[in-house]
Design a protein around this ligand. Structure first.
Ligand SMILES: [Zn+2]
Length: 200
């Protein structure tokens, strides 16, 4: 005997999420069915629908926003000539939380990875080079993760941008190699930030 189709469909939805296995997906689906009120489930599904309907990617930096430009890019009090390059939106929010950084961001949306088949053309890089070419940037802080992929990406960006008149620095990680920025505590991120060094 199988679960009815509607339950199977929901199990499949949950299973498609990272770190959710078949058993957890099954438990979530049955929990929704048996424990949640219909109104709650409607709120849940509306929140999911709203993700793609109301949110888009900031054309300037790759951050997410409900407006034309994201909150960072539309803030005139920030230094738009200082750009911090991160792999993911999660990393951007990690740095925003420490409330110290006054520049803007550039979200690559990934890192170069041979094993995952992610190349430079899969990443958001062109607009960053364009800004450097147009003389819109004083400093680029490479804040990709201290992993093989993050280092490879930082090296690639350095090669790509070093001939433009831009200072390129790299976060000084107080993290072991393999450290992921979004898992670091605020103090570690702050220290990495203050200790950033020119990237060569
Ligand atoms: Zn933006």
């Amino acid at each position: 005997m199988k679960y009815p189709k509607a339950v199977l469909d929901l199990i499949e939805c949950f299973e498609s999420l990272p770190s959710v296995g078949k058993k957890t997906a099954e438990r979530y689906a049955l929990y929704c069915l048996m424990q949640k009120e219909e109104a709650e489930l409607i709120d849940f599904s509306n929140a999911l629908i709203g993700l793609k309907k109301d949110i888009h990617i900031c054309p300037c930096c790759g951050n997410i926003t409900e407006n034309e430009l994201c909150d960072v890019c539309s803030d005139d009090t920030r230094n738009h000539r200082l750009i911090l390059v991160v792999e993911s939106i999660k990393d951007l929010f990690t740095i925003e939380k420490i409330n110290e950084y006054q520049g803007i961001y550039h979200v690559l949306n990934g890192a170069i990875s041979v094993s995952k088949g992610i190349g430079v053309n899969d990443l958001n890089i062109a607009s960053l080079e364009e800004k450097c070419k147009n003389g819109e940037v004083d400093e680029i802080i490479l804040a990709t993760n201290a992993t093989l992929e993050g280092e490879t990406t930082a090296r690639y960006l350095h090669e790509l941008l070093k001939d433009y008149n831009v200072k390129i620095t790299r976060l000084a990680y107080g993290l072991p190699v393999g450290g992921d920025l979004s898992y670091a505590d605020e103090m570690t991120v702050l220290k990495a930030f203050e200790g950033r060094r020119e990237y060569k």
